[in-house]
Design a protein around this ligand. Structure first.
Ligand code: ADP
Ligand code: ZN
Ligand code: ZN
Length: 727
C-alpha cells in the first residue's frame, strides 16, 4: 500500500511512501519516515493500493506510532480544509494542530502508559499482620491495598515522596506499568443555580438556542455584564448531560482563573485548559484526554480549536471580536472562522458571543447567515454606565490628564469607590524628542519610535524587542537631553501617586505583571478594595468583574481617528465599550470619561449616544461605500527582504505575470504600515473581490507562479487570507 504523508516542514505538497506490510495504518496515523537523511514524524493524509507499479524511488516508512496519538478524521479534515483555505503548507498546519510531543519520536516520554504503586506480597503480609506501623505508613497501606495508585493521586492524598521511597526500598511495594485506560465519563449532572433566576432577555435567548430547526451559527450580542457567560453555561448543560463535550474558546488574556472556576463550580467537573502556558507534556495529555472523552469541558485559547473531541456537542467562542483569535504570523488562521467550519462539518451548534461583535460577524447576521441573539440589560444593576467626552482641544492636560478627570478621581475616592485609568500604552512615554536637534529616537532596525521605560531605565522597541539603556545619545547629534512626549502607564502611575500621595495605586500592564501569579494576586487585591486607583492597559479591560469601580477614564484615544488602518475605528469603539464596561457593574451608576481631541467626531458621538449597534451599522455603511471588508473579501500577499527593492520587485512581478480579471481588484505593492522591521523591508499586495471564489483561484495561480520562479536570497513571502491587521 502507498500512503501520502504530510511532513512537518513548510512544504506545500505531501510525499508518497510505502506502508509496512501487515501493519495497520489509518488516515491521521503518525508515521516515522525517512526524509533526506533525517527521520521525521509525519501524518498520513491519503492511502491507496499499490497496484504493482512499484516505483523504485518510493521509500518505505520506518514505523507507525501509537494509534492513541492518531489525529482523528474530523481534525484531519479540518486541517486539510484550513491548508486549502489559507493557502498554507499542510505540514505546517499539522505542526500548529498537533502537540509537540505527539510530533516527536516516542522514546523520550511515553504518554500512553502510567506507573502505579502496588503492594508486593511482602507488603501485603505486613499489612495483614498485627505489627505496629506509624499512622503515615498505615495510611499509605490503606490507600494502595485495594487499588494501585499513581504518584499524582498519592501526592493529592498527602503522601510525601520519602514515604513512597521507604515502601520501595523495603520491598513492600513496586511501580507497576500499565497501559492507561481510556475511561469515558458520562455522569448525569446535579446542577444547582443557587438563587440565580434568568431575566426575561436571558430566558428568551435560552429558548431561541434550543430551537431545533435552527442550524445557523448563533451570534450572541450582549453588553458587558449582561449575563452571556450564564447563557454559555445553560447552553452547555444539556450536552454534558448527554455525555457530550463542550469546546470553549476565549481570547488569550480572557482565560482567567475566574472564568475556569465558573465552569468548574457549576458542573462540578474537571475543566481541561489549553493555552500557551502549558508544558509540552501537559498539552499532549490534555489533547489525549479530550480525544478519549475524559474531559467534559475544554477551555482554551486559539490553538485549542484543533483539539480532538470524542463526542463534541457544542462550540462557544467568547469575545469573538478579539484579535488574538487570528494568528498573525506563520499559519495565519482565524480560530473563530475555523470554529464555524468545524461546527458545520460536525453538525453541532456554535455560539459566538461578544458585547462588541466584529463587523464581520454582524454583517453575517445581517445577511442571514448567522442567527442574532441579544441581551440588552444587566441583570444585577439598574443604571448602565454613562459615557462622556472631554475634548482635549478645549481643556489642557497635565501628564495626560485633564483637571476634570483629576477632580472626578477625587470624588470617586471620597465616595469610597475605585477609579480605573486606561491607557493603551505601556512604559513611561512613547516619544522621545531630542532637545537639541528635535529628532525622535527610533529603532534603527525598525524605523519606529522607541518607548521610554522609566522603571527599568531602558528604551524599548515594541516591535522587535530591542533594548537600549537610557539615556542614550541622540543618533543624529549625540546630545543626551530628551523631551518626554506622550503618556504611558508608568507616567500616569508617577503623576497619580504625586497627586494622591495617600492612596495605594496599582499599575497593571505586561511589564508589571510578568510574574506567574502576579495577575491573580492583583485581581484579588482589587476585589479586596485595597488599591483605589488602578492604571491599566488592555489586559485589565477584559472579562474581569470589579464591582467597586465606578469611574473609568480613557486617556487619549486620538490615534484611533487618524490611523492608516481602516479597522482602527472599529477597534476603538470595541475598546471604549469593553473598558467602559468595567464601570458600574455593581449597584452604583458608573461613569466613563473619554479624553480626546476628536470629541465631536460623528462616529464617536454615535457610539456613546446610540450604542454599539448603531455605531457598527454606520461603520458597515462606510465599508460598503469604500468596497472594503467585510462587504468585500480580502487577501494580502506579504513580502519582506533586507533590500527594499527586492521586496517590491517580487510583488511587482506577480502583478505583471498574473492575468487581470474583472471580478478582482489589485492594490500595491504598498509599504506595510511598519515598513521596516528587524532590518527587513516589508511590502504587500492586496487582492479584493466581491466573492471568495475568484480570490482563491487567483491565489492558486499565484502560488504556482511563485513555485516556478527563482526567489532572490533572503526574500520571504506569505499569504494572509482575511487579514485583520494591517501590518
Ligand atoms: P457577561 O459574560 O455578559 O459579562 P456574566 O454572565 O459574567 O456576564 O454576568 C455578570 C454577572 O451577573 C455575574 O456575576 C453573573 O453571575 C450575574 N448574573 C448573570 N445572570 C444573572 C441573573 N439572571 N440574575 C442575577 N445575576 C446574574
Ligand atoms: Zn525594533
Ligand atoms: Zn539630537
Amino acid at each position: 500500500m502507498l500512503i501520502s504523508v504530510a511532513i512537518p516542514k513548510p512544504i506545500r505538497n505531501t510525499f508518497t511512501y510505502e506502508a509496512l506490510p501487515g501493519v495497520h495504518i489509518n488516515l491521521g496515523s503518525r508515521v516515522s519516515v525517512p526524509f533526506g537523511n533525517q527521520t521525521l514524524i509525519g501524518i498520513v493524509v491519503k492511502k491507496e493500493a499499490n497496484n504493482e507499479r512499484t516505483l523504485k524511488r518510493i521509500r518505505r516508512i520506518n514505523s507507525v506510532l501509537d494509534s492513541r496519538g492518531d489525529m482523528p478524521i474530523d481534525i484531519l479534515n479540518l486541517c486539510l480544509w484550513a491548508a486549502d483555505y489559507y493557502h498554507h503548507p499542510i505540514g505546517d498546519v499539522f505542526t500548529n494542530a498537533l502537540p509537540a510531543l505527539l510530533r516527536a519520536q516516542e522514546t523520550k516520554t511515553n504518554l500512553f502508559v502510567e506507573k502505579k504503586l502496588r503492594l508486593t506480597s511482602l507488603g501485603f503480609e505486613l499489612n495483614q499482620s498485627t505489627k505496629k506501623l506509624s499512622p503515615k505508613k498505615k495510611m499509605l497501606f490503606r490507600l494502595i491495598q485495594e487499588e494501585e495508585k499513581t504518584k499524582e493521586a498519592l501526592f493529592k492524598s498527602g503522601i510525601k515522596p520519602y514515604l513512597i521511597r521507604i515502601f520501595l526500598n523495603e520491598g513492600w511495594a513496586y511501580w507497576q506499568t500499565t497501559r492507561k485506560k481510556a475511561e469515558v465519563k458520562t455522569s448525569k449532572l446535579n446542577i444547582s443555580y443557587g438563587d440565580l433566576i434568568l431575566n426575561s432577555d436571558q430566558k428568551k435567548v435560552v429558548a431561541e438556542l434550543s430551537d431545533r430547526d435552527e442550524n445557523r451559527p448563533f451570534l450572541l450580542q450582549g453588553i458587558t455584564g449582561s449575563g452571556k457567560t450564564e447563557i454559555y453555561l445553560r447552553a452547555i448543560e444539556p450536552h454534558l448531560n448527554l455525555g457530550r463535550q463542550a469546546l470553549i474558546l476565549v481570547p488569550e488574556i480572557g482565560l482567567t482563573p475566574q472564568m475556569v472556576s465558573r465552569f468548574e463550580d457549576r458542573f462540578c467537573t474537571r475543566v481541561a485548559i489549553i493555552n500557551s502556558s502549558l508544558t509540552d507534556k501537559q498539552r499532549a495529555q490534555a489533547w489525549i484526554d479530550a480525544k478519549e472523552g475524559q474531559s467534559g469541558i475544554i477551555l482554551g485559547t486559539r490553538s485549542a480549536i484543533f483539539t480532538p473531541l470524542k463526542n463534541l456537542g457544542i462550540i462557544i467562542v467568547d469575545e469573538e471580536h478579539d484579535l488574538s483569535f487570528k494568528q498573525q504570523e506563520g499559519f495565519r488562521y482565524s480560530a473563530r472562522d475555523l470554529a464555524i467550519y468545524r461546527s458545520h462539518i460536525e453538525r453541532i451548534p456554535i455560539i459566538l458571543g461578544s458585547a462588541t461583535p466584529s463587523l464581520e460577524s454582524l454583517f453575517n447576521a445581517k445577511r442571514g447567515r448567522y442567527k442574532k441573539l441579544s441581551l440588552n440589560s444587566r441583570p444585577t444593576e439598574s443604571h448602565p454606565e454613562t459615557y462622556r467626552v472631554i475634548d482635549t482641544s478645549q481643556f489642557a492636560t497635565r501628564e495626560g490628564l485633564t483637571q476634570f478627570a483629576l477632580r472626578s478621581i477625587q470624588k470617586t475616592l471620597n465616595s469610597g469607590k475605585q477609579a480605573l485609568v486606561f491607557v493603551n500604552q505601556r512604559g513611561f512615554c512613547p516619544i522621545l524628542l531630542c532637545e537639541e536637534c528635535k529628532q525622535i529616537a527610533t529603532c534603527d532596525r525598525c524605523q519606529v519610535k522607541l518607548t521610554y521605560h522609566q522603571t527599568t531605565q531602558v528604551l524599548s522597541c515594541h516591535h522587535c524587542g530591542r533594548l537600549k539603556s537610557y539615556p542614550a545619545p541622540c543618533d543624529n547629534c549625540g546630545s543626551s537631553r530628551w523631551i518626554h512626549l506622550g503618556v504611558g502607564t508608568e507616567r500616569l502611575e508617577k503623576f497619580l501617586s504625586e497627586s494622591f500621595p495617600k492612596e495605594e495605586i496599582l499599575r497593571i500592564d505586561r511589564d508589571s505583571m510578568k510574574g506567574k501569579n502576579s495577575m491573580r494576586m492583583a485581581i484579588d487585591r482589587i476585589k479586596e478594595d485595597k488599591p483605589r486607583i488602578l492604571i491599566g492597559t488592555q489586559i485589565l479591560a477584559k472579562g474581569h468583574h470589579f464591582p467597586n469601580i465606578t469611574l473609568v477614564i480613557i486617556v487619549n484615544v486620538d490615534a484611533g481617528f487618524y490611523s492608516a488602518d481602516f479597522r482602527a475605528l472599529e477597534r476603538l469603539g470595541q475598546t471604549i465599550l469593553q473598558v467602559g464596561g468595567r464601570a458600574g457593574r455593581g449597584t452604583h451608576a458608573g461613569e466613563v470619561l473619554i479624553q480626546t481631541q476628536f470629541g465631536n467626531q460623528e462616529t464617536l458621538q454615535k457610539l456613546i449616544k446610540t450604542g454599539y449597534q448603531k455605531f457598527a451599522e454606520h461603520l458597515l455603511n462606510e465599508r460598503a461605500d469604500a468596497f472594503l471588508p467585510p462587504v468585500r473579501y480580502e487577501v494580502a500577499i506579504h513580502s519582506e527582504s533586507p533590500e527594499q527593492n527586492l521586496a517590491i520587485d517580487f510583488l511587482q512581478n506577480i502583478k505583471r505575470n498574473i492575468p487581470k480579471s474583472k471580478d478582482l481588484s489589485l492594490a500595491g505593492p504598498l509599504p506595510a504600515i511598519i515598513e521596516k522591521k528587524n532590518n527587513r523591508f516589508r511590502q504587500k499586495l492586496i487582492l479584493i473581490s466581491k466573492e471568495r471564489e475568484p480570490l482563491h483561484k487567483k491565489l492558486s495561480e499565484i502560488e504556482r507562479f511563485i513555485a516556478k520562479s527563482k526567489l532572490p536570497r533572503g526574500l520571504k513571502w506569505s499569504i494572509d487570507v482575511d487579514p485583520l491587521n494591517m501590518v
